[in-house]
Design a protein around this ligand. Sequence first.
Ligand code: CP
Length: 312
Amino acid sequence: MNHFINIQDIADLNHWLEKGRELAETPDCCKNLGSGKTLCLLFFNSSLRTRLSTQKAARLLGLEVMVMNFGAEGWNLEMEDGTRMDGGAAEHIREAAGVVGKYADLIGVRAFAGLEDVQKDRAEKILNGFQKYAGVPLLNLESATAHPLQALADALTIASNKKESHPRVVLSWAPHPRALPQAVPNSFVRMMRRMPVELVITHPEGYELDAFQVGEYQPVHDQASALAGADFVYVKNWSSFKQYGKVLSEDPAWMMTGEKLAGAHFMHCLPVRRNVVVEDAVLDGDRSLVLEQASNRTIAAQLALLHMLEAL
Ligand code: CP
């Protein structure tokens, strides 16, 4: 059974990027592959891009799609085994996942980090519960620690815009008023480690990413020196991992500006807060790749669904 849970589920990245180029030119080239099959997308959290691009990708492959806002409309799920369910949870994940697996041939799940208990988030109980009990291939639509569909779209975007054989790619932390998860930077760093790029990671002290997720790295705390000579600048906020889920800084000096970007391409996964994370001029300028990244989310989802369908 082929799941798409993390970047490691991509065995041959070059092959996936090549197939992505083919899908960009002929989006409906595999339109019969999913015929007669159903994909069920379960959202425990909000989404615009993931929800729409994955549905579009599924339809391009001939799949039927069902979507449910599980977080708002589903029963509260019990994740622990052996508990007496006399509290707020009406259904155990064993039955919930098993039931969805009877209605769908493929399942996608979005379930963010709670950002209160690192061990709980690392355990990925919702994602792993569906993987364990649904009995069908599972697609990660962003979990507590990973957003592989976004990273794949980012890889497609860099591959199609690069002018150098080994471009300098800078991941730059940005301020944000709310505590955000580390899933996007985790997957972006993992993906960049598999690409022919020079990766530089810049953030204030205290914002080191989880080495268990991204491996050891040497952060650059001086944003200006990190940005020097950048070809691509990927801007993203995340909350502290060391002081788990805390906002340690909202320093506006870390916001991306046109002056700092210089001649580099600007990237962000979206949604983005204008004039907090990045100034208007950058988003509205001709170096911004954010809409191309969003467009490539459809191709990324097609690639992941093809991978899952192949082994059915
Ligand atoms: N980038 C991304 O995953 O967007 P949504 O949260 O809107 O799906």
